[in-house]
Design a protein around this ligand. Structure first.
Ligand SMILES: [Zn+2]
Length: 343
């Protein structure tokens, strides 16, 4: 994600748009709290009752065959009961609040979204899938260009020196959008960690791509010297988030630091270099910056579906297209320059 990197940067920033969980007004509301508590005990919220809540107060199931009484299954069931109760209580509380003329509030760090077939944020899921498709299209078209359309070196390698790096970038980007779609479908501990981890990995790798491309790092030893400390840092951070503490504030700082660093690299590079397609990079950088404002000016979902975060995921679709288009131009540009030099 770099200018090509800048562009890359923006694309990664967009993927990073995982919600920052903050203190929410909704879940400290006494009526909501009482509703969830009651529901977890009785299995019913108002007139709606949940099958998942069929266990007695000490966690022992009331009925069912032995395999449904495994501790893991029970925990999962209990978790599902809580999730259903929270959702039902949130809906009824928001309905009451709407009648009183109040605006929506967040519950457990998230806006009150309406589920569709059990999917928590259907619009964000659909947009993540589109982003995934766009990354796939960009990656495949890049692959075809460098391997089949452009001439190859006598040793059958591509003239473009960043082919390998961009293949890894493409895989990490697709991985990131896959887990983004899963996370927005169902927000649980595991899906959240997978989403955050893949976003951090993508952002960290896009920083490496930015440095390599902007500083023309082509020699193997220098590449290892640049990449090793960054990979070590990103790996440590991911392990920390997953196995020690999912610290949203710290993660925000790390991501912002890596994001701003690559943005600056691309911006300066795009300003200095005489690259025929640098305008594409500029649009990606500026567009990404504007899109990030959507994350800052967070607003509640319109009719329970489209919020700022979903819109953010929408803006990264055209930016991803431009980014890969810049990469393809860059590959052609470098190949032409290198062949000219060889002659
Ligand atoms: Zn998201």
């Amino acid at each position: 994600m770099a200018q090509c990197r800048l562009i890359l940067l923006f694309a990664s920033l967009s993927c990073l748009a995982v919600a920052i969980v903050d203190a929410s007004a909704g879940d400290s509301d006494p009526i909501y709290k009482a509703c969830v508590e009651q529901c977890e005990k009785t299995g019913c919220a108002g007139e709606k009752c949940f099958q998942h809540c069929k266990f007695s107060s000490d966690g022992v199931p009331i009925d069912g065959p032995w395999y449904l009484q495994e501790p893991l299954y029970q925990r999962w069931k209990q978790w599902d009961c809580r999730s259903d109760c929270r959702y039902q209580c949130m809906l009824s509380r928001e309905e009451e609040r709407e009648k009183l003329g109040d605006t929506p509030v967040k519950y457990h760090g998230k806006w009150p979204f309406k589920r569709v077939y059990g999917i928590q944020e259907p619009v964000s899921v659909a947009l993540s899938a589109l982003n995934l498709a766009m990354q796939f299209h960009g990656w495949v078209s890049f692959f075809i260009l460098v391997n089949y359309k452009l001439p190859l070196r006598p040793n059958k390698k591509t003239y473009y020196e960043y082919t390998g790096l961009l293949h890894i970038y493409g895989l990490l980007a697709m991985n990131c959008w896959l887990w983004s779609a899963v996370f927005h479908s169902r927000d649980v501990d595991l899906t959240e960690k997978l989403d955050y981890s893949s976003a951090v990995a993508l952002l960290g790798f896009s920083l490496i791509v930015a440095i390599m491309r902007a500083f023309n790092v082509r020699d193997e030893a220098t590449r290892v010297m640049v990449a090793a400390p960054l990979i070590a840092f990103v790996t440590t951070h991911i392990l920390y988030l997953n196995f020690y503490q999912l610290d949203y504030g710290l993660n925000m700082k790390v991501c912002l630091g890596m994001g701003v660093a690559q943005l600056l690299i691309w911006a300066i590079w795009a300003g200095i270099i005489r690259h025929p397609s640098r305008w594409k990079l500029w649009i990606v950088v500026i567009g990404g910056g504007i899109a990030t404002l959507l994350e800052i000016y967070d607003f509640p979902p319109y009719s329970g579906f489209v919020d700022a975060h979903a819109l953010w995921h929408a803006t990264t679709i055209p930016l991803t297209y431009l980014w890969w288009s810049f990469i393809r131009d860059d590959a052609e540009f470098r190949t032409t320059t290198l062949i000219k030099k060889a002659k």
